[in-house]
Design a protein around this ligand. Structure first.
Ligand SMILES: [Zn+2]
Length: 53
């Protein structure tokens, strides 16, 4: 289970990084609507991964 969570966490991080690299809005600390969704998914998975027991 932990491995699966880690995979999803890494994938969300990759997707967010790739999106931000190509979005001029998200590169300046002001996330667009699509960026907010990707960032929230990334932080949710990151929190779940870091707080896993
Ligand atoms: Zn954006």
């Amino acid at each position: 289970m932990a491995d699966d969570l880690h995979t999803r966490y890494m994938r969300a991080a990759d997707i967010w990084d790739a999106y931000r690299a190509g979005c001029t809005t998200c590169q300046h600390d002001t996330r667009c609507a699509a960026g907010v969704r990707l960032f929230e998914r990334f932080t949710r998975l990151q929190d779940a991964y870091l707080n896993r027991s």
